[in-house]
Design a protein around this ligand. Structure first.
Ligand code: F6R
Length: 256
């Protein structure tokens, strides 16, 4: 796991784009996993600012979707991905996939999504945020560390956190379809971004805490290629910050 502490959200966005764009241009990244929420927005802005034509060839998979919101609802993840990712990066909408939160048979939505990911050859790089509960995707505490895409119930804390996007807290859906932790772990590389003090505890648990389904993000400790981009506030509860900075400052040329 590589932990990089940067000065601002903008710098996180730039650093993420430095990782993603060469992969897209070289063809090493042809399937990109995207997250919704506030954390990855600086990444999408940086990609937009440094737009390259190869971005249009990407196949994209979102992590999750609310159950029961029509895709036309402005806060459905279909709509959010369309607004924040597909349009600004000029992607082909036919190649942008979001789990079906309105499936007639909700338990089938998970296996259907897994099949689409497999048919695309798997995710080359997955962008992640982390919730206050330690969730990645919407895998709330006690999610199986090997779970696959399925319907989950959001915790009251996550619903409160996401209430800022809705007219009233009661409007936040109770359920979602989310990629599982096993699904996320299948991505060849993962890039988690977090900003602000509100994420400090979850980040510390995920990076330095025990491997435990009580902090689903801790499963990334098992990923062979996980990069964690943090601002100072999100890094503030980590104990090895001096070491992470030392590693970053002394990274070999081939890692730059
Ligand atoms: C979103 C997702 C969630 C968010 C997390 C953090 O697709 O899967 O794990 O990344 O809830 O949300 P923000 O970035 O809004 O703090």
């Amino acid at each position: 796991m590589q932990v990089v502490i940067l000065e601002s959200a903008e710098e996180i966005g730039r650093h993420a784009a430095d990782i993603i764009l060469p992969g897209v241009v070289s063809g090493a990244i042809s399937v990109l996993g995207v997250a919704t929420g506030s954390s990855p927005l600086p990444v999408y802005r940086a990609l937009q600012e440094r737009w390259v034509p190869e971005l249009t060839g990407l196949t994209v998979f979102a992590l999750d979707e609310y159950v029961g919101l029509p895709p036309s609802h402005p806060e459905s993840y279909h709509a959010v991905i369309d607004r924040e990712v597909t349009k600004p990066l000029r992607l082909d909408p036919a190649r942008v996939h979001v789990p079906d939160g309105n499936a007639a048979d909700p338990p089938q939505a998970g296996p259907d999504y897994e099949r689409k990911i497999a048919e695309a050859g798997g995710v080359d790089l997955q962008i992640l945020g982390i919730g206050g509960t330690g969730h990645i995707g919407f895998n709330e505490p006690t999610s199986s560390l090997s779970s696959r895409t399925r319907v989950k119930t959001l915790t009251p804390e996550t619903r409160r956190d996401n209430a800022r996007f809705f007219p009233s807290p009661d409007d936040v859906p109770l359920h979602c379809v989310t990629q599982g932790l096993g699904t996320i772990m299948d991505a060849r590389r993962v890039l988690l971004v977090a900003q602000g003090e509100g994420k400090a505890h979850a980040v510390a648990q995920a990076v330095e805490g025990p491997l435990s389904s009580m902090c689903p993000g801790s499963v990334l400790q098992l990923h062979p290629d996980a990069t964690i981009l943090l601002d100072e506030a999100a890094a503030s509860e980590l104990t090895l910050t001096d070491y992470y900075r030392f590693v970053f400052d002394n990274r070999p040329d081939w890692q730059r």
